[in-house]
Design a protein. Structure first.
Length: 90
């Protein structure tokens, strides 16, 4: 019974990892600008220095695999980040 439960748990964990990876891959390769999608028209009036600061703060200047691993390890620890609206932990 224990072997069965471990096998099923492993399969679910692998499935979740693959779904997360696929979703991240789709978002990274999307033609939509992440900064403009999150900030809307506000991003159009920002200076390049302000945009660079936000990109660095969000970690968008890092390679995709590093961003994915950082995000995934945070989710596994239960850290879902800060709410962009309320500025409180999710």
């Amino acid at each position: 019974m224990l072997k069965f439960m471990l096998k099923k748990t492993g399969r679910v964990a692998l499935l979740l990892f693959l779904v997360c990876g696929l979703s991240f891959f789709i978002v990274v390769n999307s033609p939509i600008d992440t900064l403009q999608a999150q900030l809307g028209t506000t991003s159009l009036s920002m200076s390049p220095e302000q945009k660079a600061q936000i990109i660095a703060y969000w970690g968008l200047d890092k390679p995709p695999l590093e961003r994915f691993w950082s995000w995934f390890s945070s989710v596994v620890r239960g850290d879902f980040g800060l709410s962009m609206i309320y500025r409180q932990p999710v």
